[in-house]
Design a binder for this molecule. Structure first.
Ligand code: FAD
Length: 404
């Protein structure tokens, strides 16, 4: 009987299992994951799970019965140490060999570490797994001074969740605005004002040079010469794709594991999907690596189809969401390279959208508490219709009329 082995037990893996069986795979499926629990929703880790609004038992992506009914051999708490492509097998750290006909790499990413003194103390954290949040939650209370390094999505979401818990929150960002890597100045400014209004001490252009822990007191030394005392710190400065396993097996890697439009690597029996894959996106005509659940899910469907002998090309528009306080951001597309940013609505109302155009074509939209702008924006990007900035800006023109 033929066998699919999946490495990494999270969003991409779970969808692969569901899609394989749906598309008629009757062979074996073996899921290997190095975390101890069944695959769980990662987005709530910085949001409702952090703030205590979501219980651990609500975190699972699928109940245990799903894996039984889909006839999956599950190996949790086990790490794949290497791939032997000529033997078509993987080796676990304990030496166990598992043969495959098709191998799916869904190894995701890991948190980037800050290469500074003092980051190895028990009150210094990164946030990627449920175990990370459980450790942080055991240390954080309404009396805590929480220091967050990095004002990307995770840093800002944690700041909002910790404010809900009543903690005293400071966020340090080395760049001159928050979310600089992913959005425009107008959206950065909105989030800066939002966090400050909610009580976060947000400091831009501020970098840490070292941490010091002495007699129960922790200090962050800043490049400016100032120091900040804190009880615990969370470092949120981005992620690194888990592509070493692939690279050591001779698979082509760049910013992640390089795949074709069917999510196959340069070995056509090995697929790479989700956060670890570096893939071509037809909307932007370049290779990208995405850190988003929708991408993990869509790529899983493509890989499962190919394994079942059906060719579906991956051609999805990237999208993403972030929840902070009462503000839901929904982003469609990638805004890099825009030549015009058009605002629709009022930031002061906490409900508006930023549309990013290049040569009058819509590249991306950031919709803040405006699901309609997000939904129509997605369709407008896909349509590639020429758009006038004035019509996007004018809220008296219903946005859906722009679809023609
Ligand atoms: P991952 O979820 O990274 O899982 C990979 C798994 O593989 C991990 O368990 C890893 O330990 C395991 N693994 C790696 N190497 C091995 C090995 N050799 N052997 C065995 N196992 C291995 N996305 C959104 O779209 N919206 C959000 O709001 C959002 N919020 C987020 C909040 C947080 C705090 C985090 C951390 C992420 C968030 N994301 C969000 C991103 C989203 O969670 C990821 O895009 C998604 O988890 C990617 O799924 P994946 O299956 O590709 O990889």
């Amino acid at each position: 009987m033929q066998s699919v082995v999946i490495i990494g037990a999270s969003h991409a893996a779970t969808e692969t299992i569901a899609s394989l069986r749906k598309q008629g795979w009757t062979g074996k499926i073996c899921l290997i994951g190095d975390e101890p629990s069944l695959p769980y929703h990662r987005p709530p880790l910085s949001k409702t799970y952090f703030s205590g609004e979501l219980d651990a038992n609500k975190l699972l992506l699928r109940p245990e019965s799903f894996y039984q009914s889909h006839n999956v051999e599950i190996r949790l708490g086990q790490r794949v140490a290497q791939i032997d492509r000529s033997a078509q097998s993987v080796e676990l750290e304990d030496g166990t060999q598992i043969a495959y006909d098709y191998l799916v790499l869904a190894t995701g990413t890991r948190a980037r570490q800050l290469p500074l003194d003092g980051t190895d103390a028990p009150n210094m954290h990164t946030l990627r797994t449920q175990a990370d949040v459980d450790q942080i939650r055991a240390q954080v209370s309404s009396k805590s001074k929480l220091l967050i390094i990095g004002a990307g999505y995770i840093g800002l979401e944690v700041a909002a969740s910790a404010i809900k818990l009543g903690a005293d929150v400071t966020v340090l960002e080395a760049m001159d605005r928050v979310l600089e890597r992913v959005t425009s100045e107008a959206v950065s400014e909105f989030y800066q004002n939002l966090h400050r209004a909610e009580g976060v001490d947000l400091r831009l252009q501020t970098s840490v040079t070292s941490f010091e822990h002495h007699n129960g007191i922790s200090l962050a030394h800043l490049a400016s010469g100032d120091t900040i005392e804190f009880d615990l710190a969370i470092i949120g400065i981005g992620v690194i794709p888990n592509s070493e396993l692939a690279a050591e097996a001779g698979l082509v890697c760049d910013n992640g594991i390089v795949v074709n439009e069917f999510t196959q690597t340069n070995d056509d029996r090995i697929f790479a999907i989700g956060d670890c894959s570096f893939h071509h996106n037809p909307f932007y005509n370049r290779h990208i690596r995405l850190e988003s659940v929708p991408n993990a899910v869509e790529q899983a469907k493509v890989a499962a189809a190919k394994i079942c002998g059906k060719d579906i090309i991956y051609d999805q528009l990237p999208w993403f969401w972030s929840d902070q306080y009462d503000v839901k951001l929904q982003t469609a597309g990638l805004c890099q390279g825009f030549d015009e940013a058009v605002i629709r609505g009022e930031p002061a109302d906490r409900k508006f959208a930023l549309f990013y155009l290049r040569d009058q074509q819509l590249l991306a939209v950031d919709a803040i508490n405006s699901p309609v702008d997000f939904m129509i924006g997605k369709k407008l990007i896909a349509s590639r219709l020429p758009l006038a900035a004035s019509s996007l800006h004018d809220t008296t023109i219903p946005i859906k009329t722009l679809l023609g």
